[in-house]
Unconditional design. Sequence first.
Length: 496
Amino acid sequence: MMSSDAGVIVGELRRVLGAEHVQEAPPAQSPYNRDSSNRRGVEGRAQAVALPGSAEQVAAVVAWCYEHDVPVVARGGGTGLTGGAVAVNGGVVCSLERLRGVRELEPGLWRMFPEAGVSTHDVQRLARENGLMFAPDPGAAEQSQIGGNVATNAGGPHALKYGVTGAWVAGLEAVLAPGELVRVGGWAGKDVAGYDIKSLLVGSEGTLGVITAVRLRLLPAPETAIPLIVFLPTRADGCAAICAVFAAGLRPSVLDFIDGDTLRILAAAYRGVGPGPGVGLAGSARGAGASRASDEVAVPAQAGFALICEVDGSRAEAHAQRDALIELLGDGALAVHEPADARALWRWRDGANPAVTAARGAKVSEDVVFPLERLLEGLERFERISSAHALRSCAWGHGGDGNVHATVLVDPANETELDAAEAVGEELFALVVELGGSVAGEHGVGWLKRGRLESQWDRRALELHEQIKHAFDPKGLLNPGKKLARYPARSLRTTT
Ligand SMILES: Cc1cc2nc3c(=O)[nH]c(=O)nc-3n(C[C@H](O)[C@H](O)[C@H](O)COP(=O)(O)OP(=O)(O)OC[C@H]3O[C@@H](n4cnc5c(N)ncnc54)[C@H](O)[C@@H]3O)c2cc1C
């Protein structure tokens, strides 16, 4: 069968799933033809959307598609930033949104077995309600799904101490080609018996199989968590401070950064210097520049860098870590604040994204990683690259991991600027490789970064990567075109 036979595809899938659970060729503006990369021009051409209600139905969808040479694109919450869940090459979008059961929740054994469509937020909430913690904390938790998090190996601020999603996956249930429900891993505390197929599926972005349920390990929730925000004079001071934290043997759960340009945009967006009324951070002020108690944190006008830190653990541990951090960072800092409400701090920090977007109408942001000791060089050279292309830049991210959201501000109606942003991206990825980093820290490769791995890995490693894809998906029907290690010719026009 030709994959262009939309009517036949829909008719056959309706026979399997029931008429109400299959949509025919959704319009371009349908959420099923988009993800959160749609401002970068990624749009799908799905011929059908399948909404299976069980793992067995997912297997039936994949089996039918595989037999009839129809591409299958797994879709979670659609919050991906690289076009991974978008059917750019047509085919069937297989949405996991109806797989929302929690098959097992064993607080005493620190584990949970949710189906793929359970939202990240619900996994976190269920863990919390049982005195436990699901540590990964990617930013779009209300909408993203645990299956999508596993498929992208999502991270977040707390990945510094607790690792990315894959660190918490004990086992997976997935539909593998040509349509078989398979379980890998399990609750065994140790298991070195086979090749690590579970870890191959983690981060595979729907290109090796469709995940239907996830065995998750949980942790007892820390007794307390203490946030701090540290303002430093320069980027060099900030990067040195990050390295100093490690050298001192401290283990914060979060060590994020906001650079000076982003701080200035945030300050302007919130009328004046710093998070003004309404986004103020209640708490007590510490450090060289702010020794009085205050209800609001003002970003010092001279601040060239900020570190958002969090320490957690037992009360005694967390306080000891906090005191050590303040002692280590306080002297060189313009100000160190301990907000009473961590959520207000994160709300303010999350304001960076919209504020930076609003500054010139649009932005192009790339998720890259530099080795810690090259972070300063990476940030400086990224700024120089952007300036050479006459674009204003800024950066923020998970400093302790060297993970940078490197951003240029553009006018979306200005073709010259959009071309320049594309050129900046090319030079940035070359820089990342030169400095020994990674072209993708947490947002995956998807469609927008297809072929980027080619510059990062050795030829033999790339071959193995492709052979693994072929072993799992000999017909190349699982999310075709995504996560490609190599890509012959690329036009990555990135309208935002
Ligand atoms: C505001 C915002 C903040 C964000 N912050 C972070 C962050 O802090 N850290 C981070 O890592 N990411 C972040 N992201 C990106 C995104 O939220 C993550 O990549 C997330 O893990 C995607 O999950 P999803 O369920 O939305 O997946 P989707 O976007 O639906 O899909 C993503 C990829 O996974 C595949 N996939 C989805 N479900 C399955 C499944 N069940 N089986 C097989 N493949 C599947 C898709 O085919 C696609 O390739 C952010 C995005 C936004 C919009």
